[in-house]
Write a protein that binds this ligand. Structure first.
Ligand code: MN
Length: 129
């Protein structure tokens, strides 16, 4: 799919840095701050990949992933759990909820894009300065 990356993340700094790195690497980004907004806009946005924070207000990322996975039209879209949890079992929990993979915070700008590419993000040409 050619759509933007959909970021669902309530922390403005993480949202900003992830958006910056993705846009700098040629991707379009749609960013929302809570799960309900993500679920609401996903069929309109048709993202190529969803970066999903786990610790979110109102409904957590696991519940968001489960809700997204019930939407048939977006079934092939990779969902990457985005979390500061480093507890054993959380990765499995994210996968069980429907996530494709897992990326840990804090964001490492040197590996962020490559990690997302290994989880299904298409390679794009970096934006010219
Ligand atoms: Mn959060």
């Amino acid at each position: 799919m050619n759509g933007p990356v959909l970021i669902i993340e309530d922390n403005p700094q993480n949202r900003y840095l992830a958006t910056y790195l993705l846009e700098h690497n040629g991707h379009e980004v749609v960013a929302v701050a809570d799960g309900d907004s993500g679920i609401e806009c996903v069929q309109k946005v048709l993202p190529c990949l969803i970066l999903l924070d786990i610790q979110l207000p109102t409904i957590d990322g696991y519940a968001v992933a489960r809700a997204l996975r019930r939407i048939e039209s977006i079934a092939p879209i990779p969902i990457v759990a985005f979390t500061s949890y480093a507890m054993p079992g959380d990765r499995e929990k994210a996968i069980a909820a429907g996530c494709t993979g897992y990326i840990e915070k804090p964001i490492d700008p040197d590996t962020f894009i490559a990690t997302l590419e290994s989880l299904g993000l298409a390679k794009r040409s970096p934006r010219k300065p």
